[in-house]
Design a protein. Structure first.
Lengths: 316, 308
């Protein structure tokens, strides 16, 4: 199994290099000169030249990339132009906020999706099943920002149950923090609920059609046991893959959710730096997000091998 | 040969067949509507498409005309969906916004699928290091979560509609490249492809005339399914301020403007929000219905029905 893990990690390295290269090229997509764009039209030539030197833009491209890559490997993602602090520091400051939102949304989506998916699969064509289908279809059609704003409209503005935004750190005010968490968590997680729900339901239905389920029923096993002991174990595994994909969706969706609910997380940092053309920060955020996503999927793949003995023995 | 006298007795079915189908395609369409209620959403979509095409004729006001005196009003007789912060009519802006959203969605998919298909076919046909490179490129793009890549590209290129299309298209490339590559790998094994290359047909001709037409169908299905997601992402990016710039009417940026007026004029939010949701929902349902219809596994059912 460790051989499989080592091989996977080895093959990911070229892709990671490619990811770094694409991220590096972002700043070079800017039409014209990035330094001039950053400083505006009234900037003096000396300022522009200084900024170009600071960003390393006055060197030939391969040198730039090598320098940038070398610095990145050492953990130096550059200096934020707007915030006057190292990019990595700016990201790490905001990481706990995004992590809290992301984890809460992921857990919320699984808590909702797994039981509903199982029930919907075991009670097909019931009204629950129908409702589940309608809901999952609806929620894949509502973009995150609309859902968030609708939630604010109905739950924070008209009926003042939840605050319309803002964030209080957990260490300062736990109950306030949790109250601020509810609406963003629903916004970010509900899209994932729809996807997970569909997946679990499909997997359970397929598992329930298998021969071993028929055998179990023929042996006289209670239906409950059939579902939870046999079918569920086999159905849950592909869900792991979906969860890995959800990490990416949540990383992307956090950008919008944090902007709407004014959470000072990495997503909001990304949007602010995008709009203020703070390219080093943009590159840093994009790079770290991509690497985290790759890491999460790598863990999922390895976890798959651990949890499913068939894969392990096929490989070895 | 003369028709035998007992013709009608020999083939009683001919005589009893009363229904004369003069318009087979119309019957097919009506049948589809009856069997699968999702096809009704094609009408909804058609309404939006027609509204987008005939926008100048059917919108009650010019979309850019503003009257500060009637700003942030809810629905009224004069303004069916209310007005926005500058007093512009929401309904007109939504109708014109349909133009933008639909065309950006289609353009994104066209650009992304073209680039992806080319890459996929090249990877499948040339194999070797080309294949490795393309696969690595696909994996790399897929490693960027969600809309982050599109955000970064759109921000770097500058806020405009064309840059929006480019940024969104890049994210679509991997999907089409993968499908095209898989299908082309299959198609390349067919005998007529081998025969063509043996005969000395130039490579580009083989790719275009032999491989491409055979991989078309699943790609088309995927493209129609993807338009809804393209519109979703496009409105998200416009919501954040990258894309159509004010005063161009666009659903995402209209929602952005509505944020500050949530408690005074909720219809500023609801009107464009409903537009987006209805269009995306219709596209999703239609895409599912199209896929179910074109699924090769169901071909037997379809051909059996036609033969009846």
């Amino acid at each position: 199994m460790t051989r499989y893990a080592a091989r996977r990690i080895f093959f990911i390295i070229p892709v990671a290099l490619f990811v770094c290269f694409i991220t590096f090229m972002i700043i070079h997509l800017v039409p014209g000169d990035p330094a001039t764009v950053l400083l505006g039209e009234e900037a003096t030539p000396q300022n522009v030249a200084a900024l170009r030197h600071q960003l390393g833009l006055d060197q030939p491209l391969p040198t730039q990339f090598t320098l940038w890559f070398w610095q990145t490997l050492h953990g130096n993602l550059g200096q934020s132009i707007q915030l006057q602090q190292p990019v990595l520091q700016a990201i790490f400051q905001r990481l706990p906020v995004t992590a809290e939102l992301g984890f809460a949304s992921l857990i919320y989506s699984l808590i909702l999706a797994i039981p509903l998916g199982i029930y919907s699969a075991t009670h097909r064509n019931s009204w629950v099943d129908w409702l589940v289908n309608v809901i999952s279809l609806l929620f894949t059609s509502i973009p995150g920002f609309i859902l968030g704003l609708l939630l604010i409209l109905f739950l924070a503005v008209n009926i003042r149950i939840f605050p319309p935004g803002g964030y209080v750190p957990l260490s300062e005010d736990p109950s306030g923090n949790l109250r601020d968490l509810i609406l963003p968590m629903f916004t970010l997680g509900t899209g994932a609920v729809a996807v997970n729900l569909r997946q679990i339901r499909a997997n359970m239905i397929e598992a329930l059609n298998q021969d071993y389920v028929r055998t179990a029923r023929a042996k006289g096993m209670p239906e409950n046991n059939v579902a939870y002991v046999h079918a569920l174990r086999n159905a849950i595994l592909p869900v792991l893959t979906i969860v890995g994909l959800q990490v990416g969706a949540i990383l992307g969706g956090a950008v919008i959710t944090e902007t709407i609910f004014l959470w000072p997380g990495v997503g909001q940092l990304a949007v602010q730096s995008l709009l203020s053309k703070d390219y080093p920060v943009v590159q840093g955020v994009v790079l770290l997000s991509a690497l985290s996503y790759m890491g999460a999927n790598l863990l999922v793949d390895i976890g798959y091998v651990i949890l499913d003995p068939r894969i392990r023995f096929d490989k070895e | 040969m003369a028709i035998p006298k007992n013709f009608s007795e020999d083939i009683p079915a001919l005589e009893t067949q009363r229904s004369v189908i003069r318009v087979p395609w119309l019957t097919q369409i009506l049948k589809a509507f009856r069997q699968d209620p999702r096809w009704w959403f094609a009408i909804v979509l058609l309404v939006f498409i027609l509204a987008a095409i005939f926008a100048p004729f059917i919108s009650p006001y010019p979309p850019l005309q503003y009257h500060p005196s009637v700003a942030t009003q809810g629905p009224s007789a004069a303004h069916l969906l209310g007005t926005d912060a500058l007093g512009r009519d929401q309904l007109s802006r939504i109708i014109y916004g349909a133009r933008l959203s639909l065309s950006v969605g289609v353009a994104t998919i066209l650009l992304g699928s073209l680039c992806g298909i080319v890459l996929g076919i090249m990877a499948a046909y040339f194999k070797g290091w080309v294949d490795q490179l393309v696969t690595m490129f696909i994996d790399a793009i897929l490693s960027f979560p969600g809309i982050l890549l599109a955000l970064a590209i759109a921000a770097a290129l500058g806020p405009s509609i064309i840059n929006l299309v480019i940024a969104l298209a890049v994210g679509r490339i991997p999907l089409y490249a993968r499908i095209a590559r898989g299908q082309a790998l299959q198609a390349a094994t067919f005998d007529y492809v081998t025969a063509a290359s043996v005969c000395g047909t130039p490579t580009w001709k083989i790719l275009f005339r032999h491989i491409l037409p055979n991989i078309f169908s699943p790609l088309l299905v995927q493209a129609t399914l993807s338009i809804s997601f393209a519109i979703l992402d496009e409105s998200a990016l416009s919501f954040l301020g990258l894309g159509a710039q004010p005063p161009t009417p666009e659903w995402g940026s209209m929602i952005n403007d509505a944020q500050t007026y949530l408690n005074t004029d909720p219809w500023m939010l609801l009107a464009p929000a409903l537009a987006i949701v209805i269009v995306v929902l219709s596209l999703n349902l239609l895409g599912d219905a199209v896929r179910d219809r074109l699924d090769p596994r169901d071909q037997a059912r379809v051909t059996g029905a036609i033969q009846k």
